[in-house]
Ligand binder design. Structure first.
Ligand code: ATP
Length: 242
């Protein structure tokens, strides 16, 4: 038997005006997997995540979710299909409290009061720090706490697929480690499927079942996390000194 990938991206192209950011990308994510996408600045990693979310629009190729073609679907519909993202730079609402930010996540999907309560419990179990700061404004949280809030908000929409764009960016190593551990917990305990975009290739590939390397809008290498960590070209480009 073959499993249907939860997400399959085939021949995907996207551009900003004349700048071709994705030049025919193929990526598959199976249910229950953590998949890492690594690559240098400007390789197109964020654009892939955003194109899956509907903006920018795909110029060619297909995006299939759970066997269904979702290419060109508007962002709010994609959110309702229980794909969630924590975007680069976190984009939390700085003037809203932690609690209000989390409620915004639940608003992205149809969520009953009981599901909201359960969602909050789950987020606070994962990040007790957020519970302590429940009334604090998002903009006054530390970088690590803001990252927890961005992930927590995404979880409030009860995703099947969670896409994280550089969750460790700008964080102290110890805080980054906590974030990676939380992702592992979500995957192991809840079977959450995760796509993680990272500059921190070492951490990401250790966490991931499989990884893809993106260069200049194309996937140049794919393999298990362990395989990619051993590859000399990965070591020299993304691990040593970095
Ligand atoms: P980083 O790690 O630096 O975020 P990335 O791999 O995520 O890099 P993207 O942000 O997807 O790369 O960028 C891919 C290419 O598209 C780059 O050449 C970038 O300059 C360009 N690009 C991204 N966003 C826009 C935009 N809004 N308008 C024009 N060009 C853009």
């Amino acid at each position: 038997t073959t499993t249907i990938p939860l997400l399959a991206v085939r021949g995907l192209r996207a551009a900003y005006g004349k700048i071709e950011a994705l030049k025919g990308v193929d990526v598959e994510i199976n249910p229950g997997e953590i998949v890492a996408l690594i690559g240098a600045n400007g390789a197109g990693k964020s654009t892939l995540m955003m194109t899956i979310f509907g903006r920018p629009r795909a110029r060619a190729g297909r995006i299939e979710y759970d066997g269904r073609d979702i290419t060109g679907a508007p962002t709010h519909e994609i959110a309702r299909m229980r794909i969630a993202q924590s975007p680069e730079g976190r984009r939390i609402f700085p003037r809203m409290s932690v609690a209000e930010n989390l409620q915004m996540g639940a608003d992205a999907t149809e969520t009953s009061e009981a599901e909201r309560e359960a969602g909050l419990e789950r987020v606070f179990a994962l990040f007790p720090r957020l519970k302590e700061r429940i009334a604090q404004r998002g903009g006054t949280l530390s970088g690590g706490e803001q990252q927890m809030l961005a992930i927590g908000r995404a979880l409030m929409s009860r995703p099947r697929l969670l896409m994280l764009d550089e969750p460790s960016l700008g964080l102290a190593p110890l805080i980054a480690k906590q974030i990676f551990e939380a992702i592992r917990t979500l995957n192991r305990q809840d079977g959450l499927t995760v796509l993680i975009v990272e500059q921190n290739a070492n951490h990401a590939l250790k966490l991931a079942n499989r990884g893809y390397v993106m260069v200049n809008g194309l996937i140049t290498l794919a393999g298990t996390g362990a395989e990619l960590l051993q590859r000399p070209e990965i070591r020299s480009a993304y691990l040593e000194g970095g």
